[in-house]
Write a protein that binds this ligand. Structure first.
Ligand code: PLP
Length: 389
């Protein structure tokens, strides 16, 4: 192990204030969680609708475990594909208005698999610079060549598209995970159509959040299967569960079933998890007020921050970041917030670019008005104290 210099690399990482530590949580995911024995108000999770601890999902999990047991047993192709997986895929396809769906064990695996199988030697992948790590890694895994355009820069994207004569893909997040902003998918889809490129969108933070009924960017931008042929979303954020899916034409999901290595060479998610995901999907469909409440909470936070001269990034989604700059400063502010009982995302490089370390507030439909008001009050103090340090 000596040549690895692990200790040296870890020490250097610490010196740059980039060393991260896990917190051990001893409660379910909800707006108040117990972290290392202390109760904190949780503004850090991706559980946007509060479904991670939803009774309907917990019951489905129990009932299906009684019927199907615990383990997935094998990959989908061998004998791991059980009725709960099949039902979940059919329900998801009908919800997002696509011909067919294939589920994956996680969003990370889905993105690796998608790009590895669809984009082959001689093709070009054109990607937004701020895409999620899983899409970046998927590009690396694919044998296609790639190019990245400045974040949301349509003229750059258009330029790249017209310069590329090969088969091409445009790959983007719908909602960017560290900024909360939206890709202009209508315009991107038009550019793809004009230049004969295939659009792949990762809607991890849009699914369940965007659109009147939570159908994600498909609903928000009203994108047909032709305009957005490869739609990917996770079951692990707004749906509060675990896993991911890709939706599109039947021949797309058939192709992934044959060639997506991250689908073929991994064990199916336990049937009980598939059932719990389905229970939350059904719950979401009949509880549209959750989505409405989430957007009310987003508005409230934005108003209160504006009143208190707290500068948020331009975001209309559940992800509301405050850029701080240096990691050192971020950690100091974050410590004050933790001491006051508030847990936020403290995001540092390399997850975000240098000198753009940030607090990331993520909202849930379950936050109440008082929690949001107190958060802003505590934030105002913590950010101000930093100015005077
Ligand atoms: C969280 C996330 C993923 C990964 O999904 P998991 O199911 O957690 O593996 C992929 N893409 C984006 C944009 C994400 O935010």
């Amino acid at each position: 192990m000596k040549f690895l210099n692990l200790q040296q690399k870890l020490s250097a990482w610490k010196e740059q204030d980039l060393y991260r530590q896990r917190k051990t949580v001893s409660s379910p995911q909800q707006t108040e969680i117990c972290v290392d024995g202390k109760t904190l108000v949780n503004f850090a999770s991706n559980d946007y609708l509060g479904l991670a601890n939803n009774l309907a999902a917990i019951n489905a999990l129990k009932v299906t475990a009684d019927e199907y047991g615990f383990g997935g047993g094998a990959s989908h192709m061998i004998c791991g594909h059980q009725q709960p997986h099949q039902k979940l895929e059919e329900a998801l396809a009908s919800f997002v208005g696509r011909e067919s769906v294939i589920t994956f064990s996680s969003g990370y695996i889905a993105n690796l698999s998608l790009l590895q199988s669809l984009a082959t030697k001689g093709d070009v992948i054109i990607a937004d610079k701020l895409n999620h790590a899983s899409l970046i890694d998927g590009v690396r895994l694919s044998e296609a060549s790639s190019s990245r355009y400045q974040h949301l820069d349509l003229s750059k994207l258009s330029q790249r598209l017209s310069q590329t004569t090969q088969n091409k893909f445009v790959v983007t997040d719908s909602v960017f995970s560290m900024d909360g902003d939206l890709a202009p998918l209508k315009e991107i889809a038009q550019l793809c159509e004009k230049h004969n490129a295939i659009l792949i969108v990762d809607d991890a933070h849009g699914f369940g959040v965007l659109g009147q009924s939570g159908r994600g960017c498909i609903e928000h931008f009203n994108l047909s299967q032709k305009q957005l042929p490869v739609y990917m979303a996770t079951l692990s954020k707004a749906l509060g569960g675990y896993g991911a899916f890709v939706a599109g034409e039947k021949k797309l999901t058939d192709f992934l079933l044959q060639f997506a290595r991250g689908y073929i060479y991994t064990t199916a998610m336990p049937a009980a998890i598939a059932s719990a995901n389905l229970a939350n999907l059904n719950y979401l469909k009949s509880n549209l007020q959750l989505n409405t409440q989430l957007h009310k909470n987003i508005q409230l936070l934005k108003q209160l921050c504006q009143k208190n001269a707290i500068k948020l990034l331009k975001s209309k989604t559940a992800i509301q970041p405050i850029v701080i700059g240096s990691s050192e400063k971020l950690l100091k502010i974050n410590k004050r917030l933790l001491d006051a009982g508030y847990l936020l995302g403290a995001i540092r490089p390399p997850t975000v670019s240098k000198n753009s370390a940030r607090l990331r507030i993520t909202l849930s439909a379950q936050h109440n008005q008082q929690q949001i008001e107190k958060l802003v009050a505590v934030l105002a103090v913590a950010l101000n104290s930093q100015l005077n340090d």
